[in-house]
Each structure stands twice: as C-alpha cells, then as structure tokens.
Design a protein around this ligand. Structure first.
Ligand SMILES: [Zn+2]
Length: 451
C-alpha cells in the first residue's frame, strides 16, 4: 500500500512539473480563491533570476517573492507576521508595505500604489505547498532607483542595478536654474534620435550605494548585455571560466575552503591608469593611488606568509575588470581581495565596509562568501577604529560575481570626507589599513581553510 501511495505521489509530482513547464500560466491561491497567473521571467543585471517560486504577472503587474528578490537586489527584508507588513531596506532607503494595502511608506513618507500593485499573500502549490509574500517588482526596483524594462514577447522583466547618478555632476546641482533648463532642452532635443534610448554613462556612478568609475560601469554594462544577448559562453571565457564547469544542480556549497597545495591569494588594487577611480575632496588626489599604496604594502607584508600571493597590478596601469577576475580564475586562487576607497555625494559619509557576493545569488561559487568579508572588516575596524559600515551583499560587481573563489571587496574609507581623507593621507593610517587586511586574511585562513 505504501509503495502504491508513494508512486502515486511521484506520478503526481511528475504531472504537476510537466504541466508547469509546458504552460505559461499556473494556479495559485490568493485570499482563498483559486487564481490563474501568468509566468514571468526576471533578469537582474543580465543574469537569469529563476527561483523555485516563480514570479508571476497578475493584472499587468509582475510579482516576486519578497525574500528572493531582496536577495537578488542585495537588500534586506523583514516580515512582521502580526502586522502583516514587510520592510525592505537598502542602505539609506526603506520601503514599508502592508499586505492587501495600497499605502506604502518610503523612508517614513506616506505614498500610495495602485490597487493592482498591492502586496499579496499567495499560496503556491509548486514546487511545494507554501505561502509566499509577494511584492510588486517594478515598484520596489524603481524605488531603489534601478532601471526596469519589460519585454512582452518573452514576459521578461529586466532590472539593471546600475544607477546613473553622476558624482562629478554634483557641482551642477547647485548651479542656477539656467543650467538645469539648458540640460532639459538638450535632452529633449535628443529624444528623437535612437542614441538617447541607450544610456551613455559618461560620469562616475553610485551603484547600489557603492562608488563606481565610469570605466567600471561601462565595462559592467557591456559585459551584462553580452550575457543577456546569449553570449554567455564568450563572456565566461573572458573571465577565465568554462561554462561547462558550472552546473547548478551539481553544486555543493561548503562553509570552508579545502586547499590542496599552497594557498593562493589575489590582491587586487582597484582602478589604475586612465581609470582614476574616485577623486578625493581635495580635488587633486585619486583613489587609484591610495589603493595601490595599500595593496603593494600588503603584498610585501604577505611575503612573510607561506602563501602564494598574486597581484593584479603593481603600478599605475589600466586593467579591465574581466582580466582581474581572469587572473584569479585561471590560477585557481583560493582568495580574491579587491581594495578600494569610497566616495559619496554626501560629504559626511565615512567609515569602512566590505562587500561580497553571496553564493545564494552567484551560482559559480561553491564556498560561503560572507565569512571572508566579515573577518576582513572586523580586523580593519579593530586596527583603525573607523566607523563600521558592515558587510554588504553586492552581487553586481564583476570582480565578485565572476571570480569562482571566495572573494571580497574592501572599501577602506571615504576620500570624499575631509576628515577621513586627512587620515588616509598619513603613512601611519595606511599602515593600520594594511595591518587590518593582513590580520583579516590570516584570521579567515585560520578559521575557514582546511589544508
Ligand atoms: Zn573603487
């Protein structure tokens, strides 16, 4: 009897799966009613975002499971079961929404969404019976300032997390109306031409609240578009990966690195050459020089360890992001550490943060990523006493999402902040940063590498 029951269940699962795959609609329960919804596809930064609980379209709005999309965008979410409300946080932005309500709060400011966009509790039948909190994708993405586009032939929603907030444009904000109007009229002139549809990134940008140079943004954009246009194999090759090596269904995620042979570490000073990185608030020094100083000192210090140390650049030269990832992948390095300084339009912003790309989002990773970022951050804060801005999941950076090993990117302080820049300009502080990185790497290896 048990056997029959089991095979019936298996048959049932097979039938349901077959049905789900062959159809572009599926059934869910909303407010206890059976509802048929249209399957949607979602892509974040050129990577397919297919989740176990499929996104869907209802009344012309695309809905995604809150927990999964906030992971995809690198945001945090909290669910309050009593109040039936969700809180989605990313850095300084906060969205509060309530189930079956059109009222939303963005940083405590009351706003309204249209009725078809209100969050819902949805009971899925596949891949298992489970109630999910579903939120409107476009509203969330646009509130965080991301570009959302929609391809109705394929039911594909594409989200780009690159924001075109030019830092160098800051000064023009304080200019008179005239320049703003001049800008307006020049942009409306361009509206007719095809070129204005595609954004041309001519300034540095804030991407998920992290400074990126114009060169980085351009390369990341063109890399993403290559992937989304089907050139995944070629794109993988450019970063030293073989697409056949990454089968998600065969992936096993480990907490620790198992190193056979010598531990290899890549140190990656960001920017260089024509890519100067952020310009300091003194208007005469650049991120690329500070990171090189830290990285070369760290490289020298690491020679005292038994590890093999590689460095992506040891002088002022331009190196593509893909070549940085490629160096790491082709050498089968165990650790990759990118070194940067930060910059923000808000001149008060200061402190250290360390970024990583979670293995939950980046499917080529086989080791849990956050511990490396955490060890680096803790050691840096201990050494410098700087403001602790935490570790952050940032899945849109090539050096993090196209390196197959454990990787982190340390933002060692804001050179847009006068006080922090003063410190960074001193040898003693640079030495503290180097010491912090050195201790962080060693402490990670002690705890998380098995030889
Ligand atoms: Zn940088």
């Amino acid at each position: 009897m048990k056997k029959i029951l089991l095979s019936l269940i298996i048959l049932n699962i097979l039938l349901i799966t077959a049905f789900a795959n062959s159809s572009s609609t599926f059934k869910v329960k909303i407010q206890n009613k059976d509802v048929s919804v249209k399957t949607a596809k979602v892509e974040v930064d050129g990577e397919n975002y297919s989740k176990e609980f499929l996104p869907f379209i209802k009344d012309g709005r695309t809905f995604v499971a809150i927990r999964e999309i906030s992971e995809g965008l690198g945001a945090k979410c909290e669910w309050d079961g009593d109040k039936k409300s969700v809180l989605i946080k990313m850095d300084d932005k906060e969205i509060k929404m309530k189930i079956d309500s059109t009222v939303v709060y963005i940083n405590d400011e009351r706003k309204k969404v249209d009725k078809s966009s209100q969050p819902k509790l949805v009971l899925y039948k596949n891949p298992r019976q489970e109630t999910k909190t579903m939120v409107p994708l476009r509203f969330i993405s646009e509130t965080f300032g991301y570009d959302v586009s929609w391809d109705k032939d394929t039911n594909m929603v594409k989200i780009s997390t690159i924001k075109a907030e030019g830092i160098r444009d800051d000064s023009t904000d304080e200019n008179t109306k005239d320049s703003k109007e001049a800008k307006k009229s020049s942009s409306s002139k361009n509206n007719g031409s095809k070129k204005s549809v595609e954004k041309d990134y001519t300034t540095n940008s804030i991407v998920k609240n992290v400074f990126q140079s114009v060169e980085e943004v351009r390369e990341t954009k063109s890399f993403e578009s290559k992937i989304s246009k089907g050139g995944k194999e070629e794109a993988y090759k450019a970063v030293g990966l073989n697409i056949d090596d990454f089968k998600e269904e065969e992936r096993v995620i480990k907490k620790k690195i198992v190193a056979d042979g010598k531990i290899k570490i890549v140190i990656d000073p960001g920017h260089g050459g024509k890519d100067r990185g952020a310009t300091a608030c003194d208007n005469e020094t650049y991120e690329k020089d500070y990171v090189l100083e830290v990285a070369t000192k760290l490289y020298d210090k690491m020679q005292n360890t038994p590890y093999e140390i590689l460095i992506t650049r040891s002088r002022d030269e331009f190196i593509k992001l893909q070549d940085r990832a490629s160096l790491s992948n082709e050498n089968n390095a165990h650790l990759f550490l990118s070194i940067h300084f930060n910059s923000a339009p808000n001149k008060d912003a200061n402190g250290i943060e360390v970024l990583y790309a979670s293995e939950k989002n980046v499917k080529i990773k086989t080791v849990e990523q956050k511990y490396f970022a955490k060890e680096i951050l803790d050691a840096l804060i201990e050494e410098t006493g700087a403001v602790n801005r935490g570790i952050k999941n940032r899945t849109n950076l090539i050096v993090l999402n196209k390196t197959k090993n454990v990787s982190a990117l340390a933002e060692l302080g804001f050179i847009s902040n006068e006080e922090e820049l003063e410190k960074i300009k001193s040898d003693e502080y640079i030495d503290k940063l180097v010491e912090g990185l050195y201790k962080g790497i060693n402490s990670y290896i002690d705890k998380y590498v098995e030889e």
